[in-house]
Design a protein around this ligand. Structure first.
Ligand code: CA
Length: 431
């Protein structure tokens, strides 16, 4: 194992953490790889910039931030403490830096439409024939595999995994602070310094000293607020709805031998769902937005219209919808859209968002979550919701929100479909 230090520390100015410090040669070299630099061209929050115009920050920003938080934990808090193995330092830093490496452009929408999985691409980039792999190999031949296993959560090093992926981890802390900063909302402003200072390494997890419980409560409430105020914002989801419809249309046209004026070469293997690593790496948001720009000149009316809607933020409107009670209405509306000459496959969408703010361990449930443990003054561990009334009140409570999305502007005209459109408006409750 070779751990080479840089002759002089490098620093990146960062608006959230002020500075990101790099002392290790391997970290510096990883940042310089083309696979990592690609993250500059992928926004952290996908379509959120359509709602909060400041949210243009990239996955590159966030990845450096997660790295810096882990660095502060291991170098300033864990170092020299019992329970922390200094040999895992570089592993933790590399896994933090690379945890989001496999994200693609507008990840959520692309993954749904093209059946992709960013986590499997993260593994492929780390283990495949890439610059990142070569840099990791300089540490040790088995190092790429060790890093990949921490990110995939299959590693035996549970403590290292919990630094990057648990209910209170460096990933979540960075995105809350960073997304709050760039969107301009105040909810995500947690006292991270306080949380870091009370973190303690235990055999298989990071635990929190009891005296830091209030900072953790604040973090959990912030996260809850950020989900509903930012991440699940209905306008952001409308942007995603338009984007998914647009990608579906392009895929449909390709698979039905439509002849594009602007051949979507970069999308071919996505459309046929046989994406190679190289094709995937060549795709970023600048490439995708280029196609949306030129598709505005296509013959196909739907492709043209949806491209223009996305680029010019002429999004879908939405209404609340309860699928348990109103399931008949959904079918009825689908038929009416067809009758009105508005293809429901591309202009009518149902979307649900759902979040579980905190949960204790429930064996056998589909998303088993590691709980947050408090370290009591007598050395005992207690699960957070047994000590905190605030956390107990929201533990295990899932909140779900359902909406219907549609282009309201197409529902008003005096054409022969006018009366059908009036019926649609009535059913949607927008009359
Ligand atoms: Ca992340």
């Amino acid at each position: 194992m070779s751990e080479q230090k840089l002759s002089e520390e490098k620093v990146f100015k960062d608006p959230v953490h002020r500075y990101v410090h790099v002392q290790d040669r391997v970290i510096w070299d990883l940042i310089g790889t083309k696979e990592f630099q690609r993250l500059r061209r992928i926004k952290q929050l996908g379509t959120t910039f359509l709602t909060f115009h400041g949210a243009e920050h990239s996955r590159f920003n966030h990845s450096l931030g997660v790295y810096e938080i882990v660095r502060r934990i291991v170098d300033n808090v864990f170092k020299g403490r019992q329970g922390w193995n200094e040999e895992d330092r570089l592993l933790a830093l590399c896994a933090a830096l690379l945890h989001d490496l496999g994200h693609g452009p507008f990840s959520h929408s692309f993954e749904k439409v093209f059946s992709l999985d960013h986590e499997s691409f993260t593994q492929k980039i780390i283990l495949g024939d890439t610059e990142v792999n070569k840099v990791l190999q300089t540490v040790d031949a088995s190092f790429p595999k060790q890093v990949a296993e921490v990110i995939a959560k299959t590693s035996e090093k549970k403590l290292v995994i919990s630094l990057i992926s648990s209910q209170i981890d460096a990933d979540r802390m960075d995105y809350l602070l960073r997304d709050a900063y760039y969107t301009g909302v105040s909810y995500g402003n947690i006292d991270m310094e306080r949380v870091l200072r009370v973190m303690r390494p235990q055999e298989d997890q990071v635990v929190i000293k009891k005296s830091g419980m209030h900072a953790v409560e604040d973090y959990i409430m912030s996260r809850y607020q950020m989900y509903w105020q930012v991440y699940f914002h209905p306008v952001t989801r409308s942007g995603e709805a338009v984007l998914k419809k647009l990608l579906h249309r392009a895929k449909y046209l390709y698979n039905h031998s439509y002849s594009f004026k602007h051949e979507p070469r970069h999308f071919y293997t996505l459309f046929s769902e046989q994406t190679t690593l190289q094709d995937y790496l060549n795709l970023d948001e600048t490439v995708v937005l280029y196609y949306f720009q030129v598709w505005q000149e296509e013959e196909d009316e739907i492709l043209k219209d949806l491209s223009s809607r996305f680029l010019n933020r002429n999004l879908f409107k939405y209404v609340e919808f309860d699928p348990a009670v109103e399931y008949k209405k959904y079918k009825e509306l689908t038929d009416l859209f067809k009758a009105a000459g508005i293809d429901p496959d591309y202009y009518f969408a149902f979307d649900s968002s759902s979040d579980l703010p905190y949960d204790f361990y429930r064996p056998g449930e589909e998303e088993e979550r590691l709980p947050i443990h408090l370290l009591m003054p007598n050395g005992e561990l207690r699960e957070l919701s047994t000590e905190s009334e605030i956390v107990e009140a929201i533990s295990g409570k899932r909140r779900t929100d359902h909406k219907l999305y549609f282009p309201q502007d197409l529902l008003y005209d005096e054409s022969k479909e006018g009366p059908i459109k009036k019926q649609i408006r009535k059913l949607l409750g927008i009359e």
